[in-house]
Design a protein around this ligand. Sequence first.
Ligand SMILES: Cc1ncc(COP(=O)(O)O)c(C=O)c1O
Length: 399
Amino acid sequence: MAIFDKFRPVSLALQDLTNCGVDSVNVVMEHFTAPFEAVINGRRTVLAGTNNYLGLTFDQECIRTACEALQQEGTGTTGSRMANGNYAAHIALERELAEFFGRKGAIVFSTGYVAILGMITALAGPGDVILIDSDCHASIYDGCRLAGAQFMLFKHNNINDLEKRLRRLGKQTENTLIVVEGIYSMLGDRAMLSDITEVKEKYGACLLVDEAHSLGVLGKQGRGLAEEAGVEDDVDFIVGTFSKSLGTIGGFCVSNHPQLELIRCVSRPYIFTASPSPSIIASTRTALKILRTHPELRSRLWENARKLYQRLKDMGFVLGPAPSPIISVRLKDKGKAVAFWKKLLERGVYVNMVLPPATPDGNPLLRCSVSAGHTPEQVEQISEAFASLWDVSEPPLMS
Ligand SMILES: Cc1ncc(COP(=O)(O)O)c(C=O)c1O
């Protein structure tokens, strides 16, 4: 059937990988031997490809509160909050998020992806404009497509390009939503948020910041890049996910705009999917409490991130612009990326292999994510595994 013809390129690409002895899309963590260690292909492997920044997935208090919620409220909500009702804990978590961010309101969504879709589609539609940084995550692109608004990219972190586009829009800037990320998920660099908020204010546009990778990571209190940059008052909507520093699954938006409450009634990704299950909400609430009360986790995360970044840099790898819990080794060609990824796994280290077109500049990446939960020995094992790559070939550098 011709309907399947479109799968031919992906089938060939997968075959290519299989021919190299690599099955990167079907990695199985057979069982866990420690919070950051699992058995993969029968081998104990350090996990350096999660987004578990604060290491909370095995936190005993998070597990205990999730178990209690399971016992008391069951395994799932079986429907959407609009149709099937709210659990008190959904509302409590929203109150806690709003309070943490110092905002009037919060909405919880079923995943981070759904939060982005839900917010962008509710805020922008036909007749509106969405301007996004070109390095934004796929969820932001998908939200723009689904919204039906005119959508444009500005060059990554290029304020002149952003301003040029706003200038050209004239009066339409009042109907313009700008979307950027706190920490960008591929190279670990940050939005130039002070400049972006300045330009946004000048042109009267609306700004949404996706703090998926910066919640719990940046800011004195862990609220993300807007807090760290001191511009929280100029950000209209902060969106985030529970699936990274909070170690669960779900998403949220916080805002001072009173219209946030109305978004529940118009956002199809909020209305037409089941709400997060009680155990997830319970462990998320506990994780948020830990994030707020244990700043030492953030310090440990940064200590590990800086150490690994410096080690890889000293080895001569080309990395993202500055230390970050996302450390990406930038490579020149796909063949090397595949060979190196395989070798790292054989050395007992799992990282993410990201191949074009999913990378910002069309070059492959080996993406590590560092956690507060990595032990010094694990950080050492990760860097030693990278050091061993020098035996495989010539320096694997991008020029
Ligand atoms: C920047 C960004 N936004 C949103 C998401 C979606 O979050 P989730 O996986 O929790 O649905 C991700 C996921 O990786 C992301 O990197």
